[in-house]
Design a protein around this ligand. Sequence first.
Ligand code: NAP
Length: 238
Amino acid sequence: MSEPIALVTGGSRGIGAAVARRLNSSGHRVIVASRTGAVPADVDVAGSIAMDVADPESIDSALAEVAEKFGTIGVLVANAGITRDNLLMRMSDSDIDDVLDTNLAGSIRLCRGVTRGMLRAKSGRIVLVSSVVGMLGSAGQVNYAASKAGLIGLARSLARELGSRGITANVVAPGFVTTDMTADLDDSRRTEILSAIPLGRYAAVDEVAGVVDFLAGPDAGYITGAVIPVDGGLGMGH
Ligand code: NAP
């Protein structure tokens, strides 16, 4: 049997690139997707595709291309995400729409797009990359936190809809991870964040990727609807 096909959105850099590397090492044929369709330099992938997850037509055409070139997607890692932080009073409509369309609506549409093939195959793994702030809340991030909380409802509903067909749906909720997304935080905010994290440091991308790889692999066959924190203890109790 050929290796399962794994689609990783936001696979061009950061956490997604690390997930692509790990899934490749664990025997998947990995396709990375991002708006540019770029392939991370040090990652061996089977293919890459340009896909804007905020654009329904782009999702549909990219998924059709993947199906035609590679076949049925067995693992979906919906990882692409953005922030547009501001206090709610100052948050623009586009800050709200862009974040919800990319992080939440895009993930729902991607799940819909891969489900048919997974149902036919009677197996599939869906991993949604959320965030600790989806449960903890975060001042200045109502759009982002709401989008990330929504992924939990998405995964748990999918778990109930699709569980009897051999498809699992789980959430990974990272805390602060060293990537482009957190590179712009100023020193005082960084110090404040580090003081709230029991492990006293940010995560490395590989520490998130390892958990995604586990959820996509054979040892996680009886895990569905779960939210796995990878946050150094920041969100404990949620
Ligand atoms: P990143 O370094 O900023 O990378 C984001 C990735 O998403 C890039 O590959 C980007 O590629 C892609 N992307 C952005 N908008 C897209 C769109 N509309 N369509 C398709 N691809 C898109 O982010 P990261 O830190 O690795 O974060 C990855 C995920 O983890 C996100 O969902 C984020 O919310 C979550 N997360 C991150 C942290 C953290 O501390 N870094 C913590 C918790 C959760 P293009 O720009 O080329 O499209």
